[in-house]
Design a protein around this ligand. Sequence first.
Ligand code: ADP
Ligand code: MG
Length: 261
Amino acid sequence: MSDLAVDRSIDRSKMTVSDEVAIEISNMNKWYGAFHVLRDINLTVNQGERIVIAGPSGSGKSTLIRCINRLEEHQAGRIIVDGTELTSDLKNIDKIRSEVGMCFQHFNLFPHLTILENCTLAPIWVRKTPRKEAIETAMHFLEKVKIPDQANKYPGQLSGGQQQRVAIARSLCMKPRIMLFDEPTSALDPEMIKEVLDTMIELAEEGMTMLCVTHEMGFARQVANRVIFMDQGQIVEQNEPEEFFNNPKSERTKLFLSQIL
Ligand code: ADP
Ligand code: MG
């Protein structure tokens, strides 16, 4: 089992799960044309949960989390985020996107904008936040991810790890209640994985509700409260990390774990 390469102990005391439901997915199905990519997904996520989604390549992990902020559309069943159902109603989609931040494998920063401009663009133009306030907020979160000194550079001048931390800071500037991560460290060199995981751990320590697709099983073991295993478009198994890793139930989970651990 790969250990979580962070330099400090992890404070789980504030990682409390509330009774309040953040995301409720019921009998959700999705097709890409004739291909049935997500099958009868049922998943309830409470505020404060840190969920790691694991599973082989092509199992539907990205599609599932992209459905939660409507980057992909589901065709059957329901997705309710913070009490609002995702339908084709644009008002609801906007509301949900304002509450759900997302961070991708490839950081998707705007290359022609500075780090600071990347962080203030949506707050100013989407949220109508006054420029001065947007800048203050952006600097606050750039300090939080430990790169305030890079504010006036362009993404191409930063390392991969720094760019990913900017991407996280940019999401946080919209004050999301939920953060979705899709393999945020997969494109990074090993020495940069740690700094991004550290930022994610800090968010977890502040009580953020997080869904993370990741192969970092050390992170899963030490930070997640629940691990979900997907295969062929289905949630095959889910459990608290200790049980999930030590006592997997299904043959498919056992096979997966034997390949990655
Ligand atoms: P994972 O993130 O677990 O690797 P994905 O959600 O990306 O899996 O993909 C699940 C399956 O759906 C794969 O077989 C993939 O090839 C297919 N797929 C993903 N995106 C599309 C798309 N836009 N159109 C058609 N098929 C897709
Ligand atoms: Mg994926």
